[in-house]
Design a protein. Structure first.
Length: 481
């Protein structure tokens, strides 16, 4: 039986722009909502089951009838007077119609009946924020985080409410806590970057905004991050005191006072910090370089590897119409820049430079190629994190390109993904101390095919006439904010 949870309803209401008022309704959604309504009507409790009224309201909402969606909860309260869950749903229905002043006492009544429900405080805070009272909103978001310290949306909204209340110092802790839970939240990186810039930490603010560009997939989020980053760069160029001049402060501040609580339109693939940082897998990669036996040794976290193996590796769009705006090559960037891979890539770079010390007459790019050829060839339908390729000691063309690009970015190279139908290779602009490589097909990059055993900088001739996409990998801030 399909179940509509409180969290599902909350997401629907916070993402007002996605569904509310739209005449475009998916038939499958309507059919599912109708099936759910029929199921819960025959379930235990019938009209005395809150899910009956939730399903009925969802059906009305998908049909675009917001007043009928509200009325469903009011009818339910006739059968279940004072039911806190129905009061909470009613408050959300009022928010959906922008009747924030009416929603506030509705949530307050729900809290009086069920004072330990963190989502109720989140919803009350949202109503206050949308009504323009950000100090009151912050108080209720904070209460939600006290009841549920890992409540990501409450932390995110608490930070934004503090920003809208002009208290950027207080905005930092909840935003940083939100990023500890979900490091790939582009919206939170935007808010953190704006807050740091407002406080005069321009270098850190710019770094956070560049992180935001790494993880902002929707056009609106990327546009906001780019606009803020340009303003901060201008401030850094014009000021020697690391302070914003009044004109640029006004420009950045205008970006930070969005009138609604921001919810990302897409969930980016991301890994979480492991709980047990001492559960390690020790890996060794023996290989031959310039006729000499060498090896690379690193340790990686077992828990992180298992999470990577089982993780979903495509974006999850809250707005089904927004997915068309996904930038070319974006997913490659996500796996290359994933923050949980950074210590692994740093360790690999250190080991490779150790080996390089005894081969001063060779090219670093040749060493990277020799190391990547230690991996067995495999095939995957989806991109993978570097930690997966390393532990499995197996990689396809995408995996090799992602891992090598991450290492070379760490070492200051300009790299790109050169994509053909059913094949991907590494594009690189070599340094003056490297072996000179010719530019490939006017792409601006030399080519390194890490599945090809020919001369470095060459590729199988079957690709010479194949369609080619060049996707530069952005060189974003590499430091911790």
């Amino acid at each position: 039986m399909t179940r509509f949870t409180q969290h599902t309803w909350l997401i629907l209401f916070l993402l007002i722009a996605v569904v509310a008022g739209s005449v475009l309704v998916f038939s499958t959604q309507l059919e599912a909502a109708s099936d759910t309504l029929n199921s819960v009507r025959t379930a235990e409790g019938g009209d005395y089951n809150p899910n009956t009224w939730l399903a009925k309201s969802n059906l009305a909402r998908l049909e675009g009838n917001l007043s009928q969606a509200e009325e469903a909860f009011r009818q339910g309260l006739l059968f279940l007077p004072g039911n806190p869950d129905l009061l909470n749903y009613l408050g959300l229905a009022l928010i959906d119609q922008e009747r924030y002043a009416e929603a506030i006492p509705t949530f307050q009544e729900a809290i009086s009946k069920k004072p330990y429900a963190a989502p109720f405080y989140l919803n009350l805070g949202t109503a206050y924020a949308l009504h323009g009272d950000f100090l009151e909103a912050a108080a209720y978001f904070e209460q939600a985080t006290l009841l549920s310290p890992q409540y990501l949306l409450a932390l995110q909204n608490l930070g934004l409410a503090q920003m809208n209340a002009y208290d950027f110092e207080k905005a930092l802790p909840p935003l940083l806590s939100a990023l500890e839970i979900y490091p790939a939240n582009g919206v939170v990186w935007i808010n953190l970057g704006i807050s740091l810039s407002e406080l005069g930490y321009l270098d850190d603010g710019l770094c956070a905004l560049e992180h935001a560009l790494t993880y902002s997939l929707s056009h609106a989020d990327r546009e906001l991050a780019e606009e803020a980053a340009l303003s901060v760069k201008k401030a850094l160029q014009e000021s020697s005191s690391n302070q914003l001049n009044p004109e640029i402060r006004d420009q950045i501040h205008a970006l930070s006072v969005a009138p609604a609580i921001m919810q990302p339109s897409v969930i980016i693939p991301s890994l979480h910090p492991p709980k047990n940082e001492f559960d390690l897998l020790y890996l060794q990669f023996p290989f031959v370089f310039n006729g000499k036996k060498e090896y690379i040794e690193i340790a990686v976290n077992r828990e992180l590897y298992l999470e990577a193996q089982g993780s979903y590796k495509r974006p999850l769009w809250n707005d089904p119409f927004a997915s068309a705006s996904e930038p070319s090559g974006f997913l490659y960037h996500v796996f290359i820049h994933d923050p949980m891979q950074k210590p692994i890539i740093e360790a690999l770079s250190t080991e490779l430079h150790r080996v390089m010390k005894s081969h001063t007459d060779s090219s670093y790019l040749e060493l990277i190629s020799a190391f990547m050829h230690t991996f067995a060839q495999t095939n995957h339908a989806e991109l993978r994190y570097p930690i997966e390729s390393l532990v499995d000691k197996a990689a396809d063309c995408d995996d090799r390109t992602i891992l090598a690009a991450a290492i070379l970015l760490e070492d200051g190279y300009d790299v790109a993904i050169l994509s053909f139908p059913n094949h991907a290779v590494l594009g690189v602009r070599s340094h003056e101390w490297d072996i000179p490589l010719r530019e490939y097909r006017k792409s601006g990059y030399s080519v390194i095919d890490l599945t090809f055993y020919g001369e470095l900088g060459t590729i199988d001739s079957i690709y010479d006439a194949a369609p080619l996409s060049v996707m530069p990998v952005p060189i974003y801030c590499r430091k911790d904010v």
